[in-house]
Design a protein around this ligand. Structure first.
Ligand SMILES: [Zn+2]
Length: 512
């Protein structure tokens, strides 16, 4: 045997090291196999998700982070088939990053956010487009708005049902900004950096402005394949669980997602678990906090799956972030503020994760008009968070939370004519937005819960099933509510969503 001859021919000193060395190698192999067995594998997408994905546009994205220059090189291909009823002569992508270019247009440069976000003074973020082609030929393009967030690209006339490939290369300059997009000491928060298709409605592409308050993003679902190159000390974390490739890049896929939530950071502790068929992942710079977030995410996905139907994607990831919000939702992914990863903030972190997990049903699964009717995802998620607390911790905890998050907002005096049914550009600050849209909006769901014989959860479950991977505007919500209940609840919705409350000591109310 060749192996035996080889060992015998070795000098005595080498033999002394060889046997322990072989032993160590065998141990390492056993350790690797054991560890692989312990790292939960990504479950396969279920048939419902595959069916939903079968007719969607597909993005193939390659990203390369350069931390020295604070840039992200983007190369993406969009395989698009015209699913609108109209012949299209152009496509519109949203280039939200350009809003960060000036202090006038940046969503982080408001009075209440500026000092918290721009930790080193104002820092511009923008996209430099290098090449855009449609079916391999250079395509004409232009920005339609002053802020350069509406990118129109000409295509050959595209009748319904026909398609093509849009390729785009760009360099994203990432701002030094602790906001949903920007970099801080340890991480690049890169959501909404990719130029994605706008939503086409009633013969036109939407061109909503990037408001500082609320979430201005209104997207339809698409399939994404993403490959990320980053220096070895950085770890990319995103909506699509990423696996390390032989060339050092990270690669992953997600079906039927409204966008890609993405962070590329240093020093993350990772926690992963397969829980009831879903791979739950947690990334944070605080090891104990990462464990708590993992458990919170498991509980939230489990609870909402029972209440509102099975969780749709194979994975759900929570990643800590440095920004002035409690949390931020993306498909199969959410950010939670690092401030709440301390043990003393464990209860708050749990509520943040519950709220963001609820968005997986009311935002990611059922899209709604976040710009004109922000209550339709935020108020539903606040109500779901209350139900989470009730299911997990009982009626007393529900009542306490309801007092702070719903009853108190109903009593507060809010200046101006704001109602939960107001569009996001009506709101001047995050506090008013939270009180009116989250708190008073959730009061509608509590009222509905009392009116509906089967309760609001049963309605929301039917709503999530009816509009899964699709879009429900307010009219669709109201029509389906009437169809589901057989009741005319329009006056109730008008009362809660469109009625200005004049203050705690008056019964005067005005329809907005
Ligand atoms: Zn929310």
């Amino acid at each position: 045997m060749a192996g035996k001859r080889c060992i015998i021919s070795l000098p005595r000193s080498a033999r002394k090291w060889l046997f322990p060395g072989l032993g160590a190698a065998v141990m390492l192999i056993f350790l690797a196999v054991w560890l692989m067995g312990r790292i939960p594998a990504l479950p396969e997408a279920d048939q419902r998700l595959k069916d939903a994905a079968s007719s969607l546009p597909r993005y193939d994205v390659m990203l390369r982070l350069n931390p020295q220059a604070h840039t992200l090189a983007i190369s993406q291909q969009l395989d698009y088939s015209n699913a609108t009823p109209d012949t299209l002569s152009s496509l519109v992508l949203r280039t939200w990053l350009n809003a960060y270019e000036t202090e006038e247009s940046s969503p982080a440069a408001t009075e209440e956010l500026y000092d918290v976000c721009y930790y080193a003074g104002f820092s511009p973020g923008y996209l430099t487009l290098q090449e855009i082609t449609w079916n391999g030929k250079a395509a004409a393009w232009r920005y339609l708005d002053k802020e350069k967030t509406v990118l129109e690209i000409d295509v050959d006339p595209l009748p319904p049902g026909e398609g093509g490939v849009l390729s785009l290369r760009a360099i994203a300059e990432i701002p030094a900004c602790a906001h949903r997009t920007g970099y801080t000491e340890n991480a690049y928060q890169l959501s909404h950096v990719l130029p994605l298709l706008s939503r086409y409605e009633e013969g036109a592409w939407r061109q909503d402005a990037y408001c500082a308050v609320g979430d201005p993003f209104v997207n339809d679902c698409a399939n994404f394949s993403i490959r990320v190159y980053a220096p070895d000390d950085y770890l990319p974390v995103c909506s699509a669980p990423l696996e390390r490739q032989q060339d050092g890049s990270w690669q992953g896929e997600i079906l039927a997602a409204r966008e890609i939530g993405l962070c590329i950071g240093k020093g993350y502790y990772q926690q992963k678990a397969l829980h009831q068929g879903t791979l739950i992942c947690s990334y944070a710079r605080n090891q104990a906090g990462a464990k708590r977030a993992l458990e919170d995410a498991k509980k939230a996905i489990e609870t909402f799956s029972v209440l509102y139907g099975d969780y749709p994607w194979p994975s759900f990831t929570v990643c800590s972030a440095d920004f002035p919000f409690g949390g931020m939702e993306y498909t199969a992914f959410c950010l939670a503020s690092e401030d709440y990863y301390l043990e003393s903030q464990a209860d708050t972190l749990e509520l943040i994760i519950a709220h963001e997990a609820a968005h997986q049903w009311f935002y990611a699964l059922v899209g709604s008009d976040q710009w004109y009717q922000p209550w339709q995802d935020e108020a539903l998620c606040e109500y779901a968070t209350l139900r989470y607390v009730e299911k997990r911790y009982g009626q007393g905890s529900f009542n306490t939370l309801k007092f702070y998050r719903v009853d108190s907002p109903m009593q507060e005096v809010i200046p101006g004519s704001l109602t939960p049914g107001s569009p996001i550009d009506y709101f001047g600050n995050l506090t008013d937005y939270s009180v009116v849209v989250y708190g008073r909006g959730a009061a509608l769901m509590i009222a509905l819960n009392e009116m509906l014989p089967q309760g609001a959860d049963d309605f929301l479950r039917a709503y999530a099933e009816k509009f899964a991977f699709s879009f429900a505007d307010r009219q669709a919500f109201e029509s389906f509510l009437q169809e589901y209940s057989g009741m005319d609840l329009a006056p109730l919705l008008l009362d809660y969503l469109d009625t200005i409350m004049m203050g705690e000591n008056t019964n005067e109310r005005v329809i907005a």
